[in-house]
Design a protein around this ligand. Sequence first.
Ligand code: DAO
Ligand code: DAO
Ligand code: DAO
Length: 204
Amino acid sequence: SSSTAVEPKTGVLFPGVVDGARRLLGIGLRKKNVFGLKNIDVYAFGVYAEVNDVKKLREKYGVLSESEVRGSKEFFADVLDQDLRMTVRLQIVYGRLTIGSVRSAFEESVGNRLKKFSGSDNKELLKRFTSLFRDEYKLPRGSVIDLSREQGYILQTKINGKEVGSIQSKLLCQSILDLYIGDDPFDKKAKEDIGAGLTSLLQN
Ligand code: DAO
Ligand code: DAO
Ligand code: DAO
C-alpha cells in the first residue's frame, strides 16, 4: 500500500512515498535489550522500494503465486543482493541515545551481517563507517535517518533530510537491509508486511 502508516506503539508516522517513487512496504520497531534487564524502544522504521526496480524481478517471480513469493528465501535473498533502489527510514524514539552506543550497536548488528555475507570480519570497512559517527553529533528523539541504496550499490545516509555521507559498497547495502528483511530480522511482523508489499508491487 502507498498510504501513510503509523507505528502503533510509538505513534511515529511514515509517509506512503519518499524520494519521488519509493513506496512504503512495511514498518516496525527496533528494540534493544540493555544489560539483560529491559527492552528499550530505540527507533521506529519504515522500508521503501522503488516500484520500477522491484518490477525487474517479475521475470523470475511473476509466475509464482503470492504465497509462493512470500515464502521464498530466494526472493528475499534477491531483494538483498540486487541493484534495487530502496530506503530504510529510521525515526529515533529513545531520548538518550549516545553516538557511542550507536557505534557499538552498529559494530554488533551490521558487523555480524558483514561476516555472514562475506565470511570475513571486515574490520576495516566497519571502522571506515563508524569513524564517521563522531561524538559531537546528536540524535535526539524525533531525529530521522534515511539509509538508502542508490543505483550502483551506493549507500547514502541522510540525517533530518541532510546528506551526511555516501559509500559505495554492495556488501554494506546488503548487510544493512538484512537487519530488516533477512533471516533473523529485528521485527518479524515488519518483515512479513514488507514481503507482502513487495509481492503486490511485483504482481500489480
Ligand atoms: O546504553 O542507554 C543505553 C542503551 C542504548 C542502546 C542503543 C542502541 C542503539 C541502536 C542503534 C541506533 C542506530 C540509529
Ligand atoms: O539498528 O543496529 C542497528 C543499526 C542500524 C543502522 C544505523 C545507522 C546509523 C547511521 C547514522 C549515524 C549517525 C551518527
Ligand atoms: O549533521 O549532526 C549532523 C549529523 C552528521 C552525522 C554524520 C554521520 C555520518 C554517517 C555516514 C554514513 C556513511 C554512509
